[in-house]
Design a protein around this ligand. Structure first.
Ligand code: ADP
Length: 493
């Protein structure tokens, strides 16, 4: 592979990442993890990387005070030529340069995402300002790698208003992390806030019907390459069921679409060095250490302390996407005197309240921790025996990867990245990484949980072998970073 990369001239390649969130500054889901980990993996491969992000007010003070002011300029944005301030604040972390686009009108709200009406202008501004900032910094990348709908206008701006500026020499990659969110609004609203010419508001680019325009659609049309975060999801989104209305558009552009599965940052997610764990561990002492971590978790969460219970974790945004209606449908059958369930997540009040209800009903057996809590997430990954991910759709999914790295056996639905990363347990050969089910049905989820229970309680040596195998599985970024580099190299030509 190393020779391939040299051949395509990937070493020393300059890559700009543009996206709306990035750990440790701001993270609401897997996108934040990818924006953190992939640039680092590319850096290790010899690339020069810059990450461009909005300078949200909610970025923790400890990072804000380390930022330095690099410069500022005015930028025309809207169709009536209103000019907006663009400040650039910079910070370097472990060799990666982060440039934060600063404008208090757009980014002073409490959360990154506040509602589409405000978010559309915010990300029109952000996309255009990111390209203008690269010109201002005189840092011209070979490839601009944009992420999700919030940065989807970048490829469109790049080939139109910025085509004859220095940054216009760059090629673009647009990654779909989640197609459900697309940035759809009225044609007038988008025309006004982008300041883009009328000819783009046609069906092949932005237009979706007589009244509405779609930012993601335009970006997909204009990007030089489209990637998504697993091969299975790349196929799924070309179908009616998963395509979120863009399936025909994606099918049309399929020649430039590929799936590259995500990894996880194995330094952050390292059970040997994880300071958040009561008992850190490696493959050699996983079985004993997990029992200790389980007891610490049960104690912390007020569950009956008993290392013999099967503890099933769920760490998730509480939305329809995550298959929570299936869990809800069979919850009372899933929990019994041998099984405990630990839920960590926030989101739709319907699910938050359902899980609170179960906690109340099954005292000592169920804990619903309705918060976003990084440290508890680490302890659940380490202290649970199994992790549930029964998603309706899952572009890649990181929780099953983290779970495996921590020796926690995933129970997943075979969709998107879950299908690509969890090999189903085969009861005849004993091989596999986790327990899976295919159709979106609650009885099949329950069946998968029952199969897991059976192996856990009746064939413990086989269960233990799955645990060890999961810990040994390569879930790092290295292989995927190689594939991205190859893609960038092809674009650079
Ligand atoms: P998505 O991006 O769809 O939310 P992923 O599985 O790709 O799902 O990524 C979820 C990430 O967010 C994982 O790193 C997971 O540990 C983390 N996470 C989700 N909910 C919480 C929570 N309530 N507290 C802490 N971490 C969470």
């Amino acid at each position: 592979m190393a020779n391939d990369l040299e051949f395509v001239g990937a070493k020393g390649m300059k890559v700009a990442f543009i996206g709306s969130e990035c750990y440790p500054f701001i993270k609401t889901g897997g996108l934040g993890d990818v924006m953190y980990a992939l640039p680092r993996a590319l850096l290790r491969q010899g690339c020069e990387v810059r990450v461009i992000l909005p300078c949200y007010r909610c970025i923790p003070e400890k990072y804000r005070e380390r930022m330095t002011y690099v410069g500022s300029f005015g930028m025309n944005l809207t169709s009536d030529g209103r000019s907006f301030y663009v400040g650039i604040m910079e910070l370097e972390l472990d060799g990666v340069t982060y440039d934060f686009i600063d404008n208090r009108d757009f980014f002073d709200w409490g959360n990154p995402y506040t509602g589409l009406w405000e978010d559309i202008p915010k990300y029109c501004y952000f996309s255009k300002a990111s390209l203008a900032a690269l010109n201002f910094l005189e840092w011209i990348p070979d490839v601009i790698h944009c992420h999700d709908w919030q940065a989807a206008l970048v490829p469109v701006y790049l080939r139109t208003l910025f085509d004859v500026t220095p940054v216009g020499s760059a090629r673009s990659v647009l990654t779909i992390h989640n197609l459900r969110f697309q940035g759809i609004c009225s044609i007038e609203h988008l025309k006004y806030w982008t300041g883009l010419p009328d000819f783009l508001f046609n069906y092949p680019v932005f237009k979706v019907n007589d009244h509405e325009a779609n930012m993601f659609k335009g970006g997909l049309a204009y990007a030089d390459r489209i990637t998504t975060v697993s091969s299975t999801y790349a196929g799924e989104i070309q179908t009616d069921f998963y395509g979120e209305g863009l399936n025909s558009h994606l099918w049309y552009h399929r020649a430039k679409l590929i799936g590259i599965v995500n990894g996880i940052d194995i330094d952050i997610w390292n059970s040997r060095t994880d300071k958040l764990l009561p008992v850190p561990y490696g493959e050699e002492n996983v079985l004993k250490a997990k029992r200790e971590n389980k007891k610490a978790l049960q104690t912390r969460l007020g569950l009956t302390v008993d290392e013999n219970k099967l503890v099933i974790g769920l760490i998730s945004r509480l939305t329809d996407q995550k298959g929570l209606d299936l869990i809800d449908a069979v919850f009372t059958q899933m929990v019994d005197e041998n099984v405990q369930v630990v839920i960590l997540g926030t989101g739709d009040p319907r699910y938050e309240n359902a899980f609170r209800y179960y906690e109340n009903t099954f005292k000592g057996q169920v804990c619903a921790y309705i918060k976003y809590d990084e440290s508890l997430a680490h302890q659940i990954y380490a202290g649970s025996d199994a992790l549930l991910v029964p998603s309706l759709f899952e572009p890649c999914g990181l929780t099953q990867l983290i779970a495996m790295r921590y020796g926690t056996v995933p129970i997943v639905r075979e969709t998107g990245g879950l299908k690509d990363t969890v090999e189903p347990y085969n009861e005849y050969t004993g091989e596999g990484n986790g327990f899976t089910f295919d159709q979106y049905r609650a009885d099949l989820l329950l069946d998968a949980v029952r199969r897991a229970e059976r192996v856990y309680f009746e064939e413990r040596s086989r269960w233990d072998a799955i645990v060890t195998r999961d810990m040994e599985k390569d879930v790092s970024w290295e292989h995927s970073a190689d594939l991205y580099l190859k893609l960038y190299g092809e674009l650079k030509g």
